[in-house]
Write a protein that binds this ligand. Structure first.
Ligand SMILES: [Ca+2]
Length: 167
């Protein structure tokens, strides 16, 4: 069982570690794909939609996932902005709570001086069809990108349940 799980988790390149039986296990996390939802909603409404039907709004942790995002959007012929899971609340954070390797990856649209917290009230993040991000008003309505699969915490729980009888 554990071997199968590790094989599945190995499909991504990102790691996290868990401590079980006084041993430290380095795990591969976040097996997922993106789902484009062509329905303009506020960021919070989009978050609720993704959590009800998939896992959460999309987390993006490296340039390969930017490429995956762009492939998803182009496959739908979508060439404008979408909400992703990044938001600001004291610090930047991902909607799914992901905090592992790559959680601090950013693809800001620096040519527009983003993020600029315009009007001191832009706390939710859009990506354009080139994979560049900016902060925007959370109450704006945009299509959005959900993710489906294991989040880090879910993967940790599966690994823990799999290994705890080994001790
Ligand atoms: Ca902005």
């Amino acid at each position: 069982m554990a071997r199968i799980l590790f094989a599945v988790l190995f499909l991504t390149g990102q790691t996290f570690s868990v401590n079980i039986c006084n041993d430290k296990y380095v795990m591969f996390s976040r097996v997922f794909d993106y789902h484009f939802v062509d329905q303009p909603l506020t960021w919070t409404e989009a978050q609720t939609y993704c959590r009800q039907r998939y896992v959460d709004l999309a987390t993006i942790q490296n340039s390969e996932e930017i490429a995956q995002l762009l492939n998803t959007l182009s496959s739908f012929g979508h060439a404008s902005e979408v909400w992703v899971g990044l938001f600001y609340e004291i610090n930047w954070a991902w909607s799914d709570g992901f905090s592992g390797s790559g959680a601090d990856y950013r693809s800001w649209k620096t040519s527009y001086n983003e993020p600029n917290f315009a009007s001191a009230s832009q706390f939710c993040v859009c990506s354009d069809s080139n994979g560049k991000w900016w902060d925007d008003f959370c109450g704006n309505h945009y299509p959005f990108l959900c993710e489906n699969g294991f989040t880090q915490s879910e993967a940790e729980m599966v690994v823990f349940k799999t290994l705890r009888n080994v001790c």
